[in-house]
Ligand binder design. Structure first.
Ligand SMILES: *Cc1c(COP(=O)(O)O)cnc(C)c1O
Length: 398
């Protein structure tokens, strides 16, 4: 976080922070950030080595938990989220695991929104459950269900807003208040909005996690993640990282540093293309329903308009018919990428019921609203006319 009165970036705007925050230069004077591909560091003498290992002296020790390129990324994303500290991890899932291991112990209870990323659901329900952490899943936007699920041992509330793929929205401030009244923490997966569109800590959340793999990179090259929050909480996360090793590589950190520099421009362009596509889809006779919080009729619209700067790049829609019709639209595209990844400048299209949500039972899928006629699009930055044309090819067959 930038809080020193001497720091020229104190009070700087988000565009300046995205480009300037966190950079340190070596004696070579490089203009762009340097990549430090080194596993360890040499010390001037034995006393310095001892002081670094004990933590009495700050500085690099070993790249499992200290690397200059990774630190530049951590400081830049912390500045963008308004967090005291960030801890970078090998992937988004490693970020969620590190957060869980740092804040939970056997006997603790977690409440998680039902339509989080599928692997997040499995982490809580299938992995952490083995170690005595019990998780209740509730509907993201149903505040009374969250209140009813609170127990004496509830330690963590975990949400992803807006949700994937239906763009449901949670009131972050209201959930933070609920968590704090019961001595629990609120963690927000801010992957879909990024700090360019939503800053959960400003709304009362305690912890943010990101899959940097998505919009922070923005061009689908690297896996990475990050946990952000107070220095006190991040010290625990860093202790876990140092002990267990789900570390971000310096090369990936460099890619994400470069991604952050254009994050806001890209997010604004993703939002504009997504809004145009959602409005167009709504007018198509073969489309029954469009799920995008940017549309005024979407149930999450009012809250999203209040707590987000924009509505994001993910649009889902239901076609007239079922699986066969949805697959026909997908298989008729020739430009869009058929892949489950999202947050890329390339537009991606996927059939959630048989891919991202394919491992859910029929009941679970029905509860999550993932119908057979649903298609999810992560709207990229191609010309919107070409994205529409690619979809028209299949829609006109229905
Ligand atoms: C992809 C994703 C994750 C997991 O991130 P990885 O980098 O793939 O491990 C977590 N949350 C959300 C919302 C995601 O989209």
């Amino acid at each position: 976080m930038i809080d020193s009165p001497d720091d020229p970036l104190l009070g700087a705007g988000i565009d300046t922070l995205a480009i300037r925050a966190g950079q340190t230069r070596s004696s070579e004077g490089e203009h762009a950030e340097a990549i430090y591909p080194t596993s360890s560091y040499v010390f001037a003498n034995a006393a310095e080595a001892a002081a670094r290992f004990s933590g009495d002296q700050t500085g690099n020790v070993y790249s499992r938990y200290t690397n200059p390129t990774v630190r530049m990324f951590e400081e830049r994303i912390a500045a963008l989220e308004g967090a005291e500290q960030a801890v970078a991890t090998a992937s988004g899932m490693a970020a969620i695991l590190s957060l869980a291991m740092a804040t939970l112990k056997s006997g603790d209870h977690v409440i998680c929104s039902r339509d989080v990323f599928g692997t997040t659901t499995n982490l809580f329900s299938k992995q952490l459950s083995k170690f005595g952490v019990d998780t209740t899943f509730v509907a993201l936007s149903d505040l009374s269900a969250w209140a009813a699920a609170i127990r004496d041992n509830t330690r963590l509330l975990f949400i992803e807003t807006p949700s994937n793929p239906l763009s449901e929205v949670a009131d972050i401030q209201a959930l933070a208040d609920l968590a704090h009244r019961h001595g629990a923490l609120l963690a927000v997966d801010n992957c879909f909005c990024t700090p360019a569109l939503q800053r959960p800590l400003d709304l009362g959340a305690d912890i943010i996690i990101h899959s940097a793999t998505k919009y922070l990179d923005g061009q689908g090259r690297c896996l990475g993640g990050v946990v952000l929050g107070s220095r006190e909480l991040m010290t625990e996360v860093l202790t876990f990282l140092r002990t267990a090793g789900p570390t971000m590589s310096p090369f990936n950190a460099w890619v994400f540093l470069k991604g952050l520099e254009t994050l806001r421009l890209r997010m604004d362009a993703h939002c504009a293309n997504a809004m145009a596509l959602a409005r167009w889809l709504r007018e198509q006779p073969a489309v029954e329903n469009v799920f995008y919080a940017g549309l005024e009729e979407h149930p999450g619209h009012a809250i999203a308009a209040r707590q987000q700067r924009g509505f994001g790049g993910v649009v889902s829609f239901a076609v007239a018919g079922g699986r066969e019709e949805a697959w026909r639209v997908i298989d008729s595209t020739r430009i869009l990428s058929l892949t489950a990844n999202l947050g890329d400048v390339k537009t991606t299209i996927v059939h959630p019921a048989t891919t991202t949500h394919g491992r859910l039972s029929d009941d679970e899928r029905a509860q999550a609203g993932i119908t057979e006629n649903l298609i999810r699009i992560s709207v990229g930055l191609e010309d919107i006319a070409d994205i529409k044309r690619d979809l028209t090819r299949g829609l006109s067959l229905l």
